[in-house]
Write a protein that binds this ligand. Structure first.
Ligand code: SAT
Ligand code: MN
Length: 601
């Protein structure tokens, strides 16, 4: 075989089989395995991971068919600093993304991938994002040398040879390749979590390719998720007239059987999974889960926006998940689950901070060390995760795989803010809704490397995931107004307000149903709102706040919008917007000016 691979040879023009061969020529694996997505394949690879010491099989009686993986301590989250949008033109990546020229980056990556799979198996995973047969579904191929990635892809996507058949038959596809960057020399004992100190997560939007090197973790390695469904997905969506969003999807039903469908954007680790699996505190109300992380949304023939969940499972944050915060998730992960970076109990089960009030007396922590409550360090990594099949979710909607998706009534934006954003607000218009999305600010979480708690702008919760210029992405949202006659109503929420004592004001979790009820009743025209220059606010009675044990001052703070704080925020938004230059949509500028004027009066 020739040992040269020309940069100009694109996977889609080479064709699937020739591309796979060319990657093997570059990476030099010991063998190639085409994945078929079967249970047999899953079990075989899990057993192999157990044998290698990479997986610990959990107690079959307590946690059937479940495993624990511990990563290298340096490979625990998405690496935004190492994530690149390699568009042909730098301007198309926009000021909020790292950019590198595709040629330069590919040369660098080819050097890193050269021989990177030596001594390992190269897996070829044909996968679908979305239910097979949906017009919104897209196909991908992931090449990887990580068994961990393969079994997680089994849970998170639909792995099937039908996809490779369709691609050979001419269907469009996204080519993604992944190497942990840890070749094995003959006889070398493998590490339990192979990875490389050098990491690159590279998207090539113009050629619909992903190259990921050096990390085995989550969104860095399961390339169907953020890399394909959001970064490449957002580019496809713009080209084809739809939306690829970092949103959960749920259906809420009232006691009369009336329904609402809602998609909600929150940054990573801000409670999307909990909200998607909400158990309403309100008698007779019900929530069905459709998705917890990604929504693909497109216009339908009736002039509405419809959404599908392109994923097939949940990759949820474990710490904080408990019978109180999310009983549905606790049931979901009772079996068939892969846990990553959580603690191991003496009886072969898992534990993490927040699962129980009193921690077990001793544990093995996420680093594999003996742990007691006196240790002073968390037993589970704050970004410890569970991977579980959506089909196991007790509240999964019977329609979650409907190829048509669900018609959206509401779009919700939410951040993690201790002050400065009220519990809930409705936008004044579609344009104002896009403005609310564009001005989202949230405290950073452990889902990505960085300073936890630091406030940052995270427009549409897409800061790490927009595959093109952020301001052009806002324009794309604005343009929907011309294409979709019956747009969903837009809201912004914030569950995370704190009082002067640093305590959360809003009880959250099942009580968030009160906010969803208000949203639904607004859409139905059943309830009045207070119009302000900054948005439409509820009357506290309509949230049933008197049924909760809130102090008067806490209750008053739920909807407070002090003008001095608003003005400071808007000044900050104005500075933030400067980087977008002439790409900043006029409608966004106009909304900002209106609010600035109102806040200054
Ligand atoms: O690691 S992931 O990117 O998949 C999870 C997240 O950050 O939302
Ligand atoms: Mn996410």
């Amino acid at each position: 075989m020739p040992n040269q691979r020309r940069l100009t040879e694109l996977p889609q023009t080479l064709g699937l089989d020739a591309w796979v061969t060319s990657v093997a020529v570059l990476t030099q694996p010991q063998k190639i395995v085409w994945c078929d997505g079967t249970r047999e394949e899953y079990d075989r690879l899990c057993n192999q991971l157990v044998e290698n010491g990479s997986f610990i099989k959990l107690n079959e009686e307590k946690r059937p068919n479940s495993y624990l993986a511990r990563t290298d301590p340096s490979d625990v989250a998405r690496v935004e600093e190492r994530t690149f949008i390699c568009s042909d033109e730098e301007i198309n990546a926009g000021p909020t993304n790292n950019w590198q020229s595709p040629d330069v980056m590919k040369e660098k990556l080819e050097r890193l991938f050269a021989g990177s799979m030596r001594g390992r198996t190269m897996y070829v995973i044909p996968f679908a994002m979305g239910p097979l047969g949906s017009p919104l579904t897209r196909y991908g191929i992931q090449i990887t040398d990580s068994e961990y990635a393969v079994v997680n892809m089994h849970l998170m996507t639909r792995v099937t040879p039908k996809v490779s058949d369709a691609i050979r038959g001419g269907a469009d596809w996204v080519a993604t390749m992944h190497s942990v960057g840890s070749p094995l020399s003959p006889g070398q004992v493998d590490s339990t979590w192979p990875c490389n100190r050098e990491k690159y997560i590279c998207q090539f939007p113009d050629t619909k390719e992903v190259w990921s090197f050096g990390s085995g973790y989550g969104g860095n390695a399961l390339l169907g998720k953020k890399c394909m469904s959001l970064r490449i997905g957002s580019v496809l969506a713009r080209e084809e007239g739809w939306l690829a969003e970092h949103m959960l999807i749920l259906r809420m039903q009232n006691p009369a059987g009336e329904r609402m469908h809602l998609a909600a954007a929150f940054p990573s680790a801000c409670g999307k999974t909990n909200l998607a699996m909400l158990q309403p505190s309100l008698p007779g109300w019900k929530v069905e889960t459709i998705g917890d992380d990604i929504a693909w949304i497109g216009p339908d023939e009736d002039g509405r926006l419809r959404a599908i969940n392109p994923e097939n499972g949940f990759f949820g944050v474990a710490p904080g998940t408990s019978v109180k915060s999310n009983p549905v998730a606790m049931e979901l992960i009772a079996k068939d689950t892969i846990f990553t970076n959580v603690a191991l109990t003496d009886d072969g089960d898992v534990w993490w901070e927040g699962m129980t009030k009193v921690p077990p007396k001793h544990l093995i922590d996420w680093r594999g060390k003996f742990w007691t409550p006196a240790a002073g360090t968390p037993a589970a990594h704050p970004n410890g995760r569970f991977t579980a099949p959506a089909a196991n979710c007790p509240t999964i909607s019977p329609d979650w795989e409907d190829p048509k998706g669900v018609a959206l009534d509401a779009i919700v934006f939410g951040g993690r803010r201790s002050s400065g954003a009220p519990l809930v607000m409705q936008s004044k218009s579609w344009e104002h809704g896009v403005f609310l999305g564009a001005t989202m600010v949230s405290e950073q979480t452990a889902a990505a490397e960085g300073t936890v708690g630091k406030l940052r702008h995270d427009p549409f919760a897409m800061l790490p995931f927009a595959g093109y210029h952020m301001a052009d992405y806002w324009q794309h949202w604005l343009d929907m107004a011309e294409k979709v006659p019956h747009l969903p109503k837009v809201f912004r929420v914030n569950w995370f307000l704190k009082n002067e004592d640093g305590q959360f004001i809003w009880p959250g979790f099942s009580e968030n149903a009160r906010v969803l009820r208000w949203i639904m009743e607004r859409i139905q025209g059943k309830v009045e709102a207070k119009a302000t220059e900054f948005g439409l606010l509820p009357n506290l009675e309509d949230l049933g706040v008197n049924e909760l044990e809130l102090s008067k001052s806490d209750a008053a703070q739920l909807l407070a919008m002090p003008k001095d704080q608003l003005l400071a925020e808007l000044d900050d938004d104005e500075i933030y917007f400067r980087q977008f230059g002439s790409h900043l949509p006029e409608a966004i500028r106009a909304e900002l000016d209106l609010e600035l004027e109102a806040a200054s009066n």
